[in-house]
Design a protein around this ligand. Structure first.
Ligand SMILES: [Fe+2]
Length: 443
């Protein structure tokens, strides 16, 4: 079929919404049509380049500010070979430092969240304060060389933005705001700080971390692996925007894909959207193609009475999926009532493995009590379901990774619907190869 066929998706006019999330279509970058070498997904040498020039240079998402409410609250998170402690200080600031005892290299805390008065190594009881300074070394007089230099763990740059806490392994990382730009203006209108944790899961996947980023950066796969979503969203009239580092697409939800015939009855998934908005689908008299617009109008009108302040969001955002990729590893599905976020982390040593973090947050209506934070779960791919759609997304990734090793497969053959994948690799190139660009022998 001609996937460029337009249907009557009503999009917000940029002039009508000058101060909210930008909606204008950016001009597509010209990134050519070369294959993207498979070795980027399989080679240990490329993995090392990524570590040296990407992971240790960018800002990284460490966790959520509401896990750091009180002084001594900490998040212990891992990225590649590093483990990092992010800690709320007595003065309300946050600091990050390596999760490693300077004595014999033991980890101070296991991965997870918690609260401490001090960090004490379980081995010889070297002790550190909330900022990483050494406060006690048993039998210090038996170390004629004294304390390790500075008597403290080095601090990493660490900042909060948008109810999330970020760190960088690069002591010279510039301000977080410069790195995130222009994401703040795009995402702030959703007020993530009004949303509570509802899911916190880590799944071990047998694929390169980029295969997972790619899997969420295009809607070309919807017709193949999520056929049921064609009666839920429009996978064709998708606006793609590439920025300096980050990119996004905008997918109309509560809509029918032009790849399938318009049904006469309300499809179950759209029925659920209506119910969630507070509408009664049994009373609905409009056409199926009018539902998206009518849900938007209904939420605009009834949101305030439901304790939901949508005033910073445009009409499209009341139904649609604005999907962001914050370089290098955050996939963010932002919706008016929830945020579904994926953090894709590389394995420490194996380019064929990764960690896929699923973080879900839901809007808590004004005056309602916040739900209890869910406990973190961790398991291997296929040991448990992560929901039908995400199971479908995950299904092919191990076989994609195996196929990448074939001599017959030279690289990814990327189409226009997958422009964000090409842009993602271009940004990786910018970090790895610098302004001179890729040389003939680079992958
Ligand atoms: Fe998908």
């Amino acid at each position: 079929m001609d996937v460029k066929r337009k249907v009557d998706i009503i999009r917000v006019n940029p002039q009508d919404w000058p101060n909210g999330t930008p909606v204008q279509k950016e001009e597509d970058p010209e990134l050519g049509y070369d294959i993207i070498p498979a070795e980027r997904y399989t080679s240990e040498a490329f993995m090392r380049l990524e570590w040296e020039r990407v992971w240790t240079k960018v800002w990284l998402l460490g966790g959520r500010s509401d896990d750091l409410k009180e002084p001594g609250d900490y998040i212990c998170t891992e990225i590649g070979r590093e483990s990092v402690l992010i800690v709320r200080q007595a003065d309300g600031s946050v600091r990050a430092f390596p999760n490693v005892c300077l004595h014999r290299g033991n980890k101070l805390r296991p991965e997870g969240i918690g609260n401490v008065e001090k960090f004490q190594c379980m081995y010889h009881h070297w002790t550190y304060d909330l900022g990483g300074a050494i406060t006690r070394i048993p039998d210090l007089d038996t170390f004629p060389q004294g304390c390790p230099p500075g008597a403290a763990l080095p601090n990493y740059p660490c900042e909060e933005w948008g109810s999330f806490v970020w760190f960088s392994l690069d002591p010279d990382a510039g301000p977080l705001a410069d790195f995130l730009d222009p994401m703040q203006r795009h995402i702030a209108p959703y007020h993530a700080e009004r949303m509570a944790w509802t899911r916190d899961i880590t799944v071990e996947w047998d694929c390169n971390w980029k295969a997972s980023v790619d899997a969420f950066n295009e809607t070309y796969h919807v017709q193949g692996i999520h056929p049921q979503l064609q009666w839920y969203l429009d996978d064709v009239n998708v606006q793609i925007d590439c920025y300096e580092r980050h990119n996004r697409y905008l997918i109309p939800f509560a809509a029918i894909s032009p790849r399938v015939a318009l049904p006469s009855a309300i499809p179950p998934a759209i029925y659920d959207i209506m119910v969630k908005a507070g509408m009664d689908p049994a009373e609905y008299e409009g056409r199926v193609s009018d539902i998206r617009r009518d849900v938007q109008l209904f939420k605009r009108k009834h949101g305030p009475a439901q304790g939901k302040d949508y005033s910073a969001l445009n009409d499209d955002q009341l139904t649609d999926d604005y999907h962001y990729m914050i370089f290098p590893n955050i996939s963010l599905n932002v919706h008016s009532d929830d945020i579904m976020m994926f953090r894709q982390r590389p394995h420490a040593t194996d380019p064929n493995k990764m960690y896929y973090d699923i973080w879900m947050f839901e809007l808590v209506p004004d005056g309602e009590e916040w739900p209890e934070r869910p406990k973190h779960q961790r398991f291997k791919h296929r040991d448990k379901s992560i929901g039908q759609v995400l199971d479908q997304d995950a299904f092919n990734l191990p076989t994609v990774q195996k196929g990448m090793h074939s001599d017959a497969f030279k690289g990814l053959w990327i189409g226009d619907q997958e422009l964000r994948i090409r842009h993602f690799h271009k940004v990786i190139d910018d970090y790895i190869y610098g302004p001179a660009g890729k040389g003939p022998d680079d992958i």
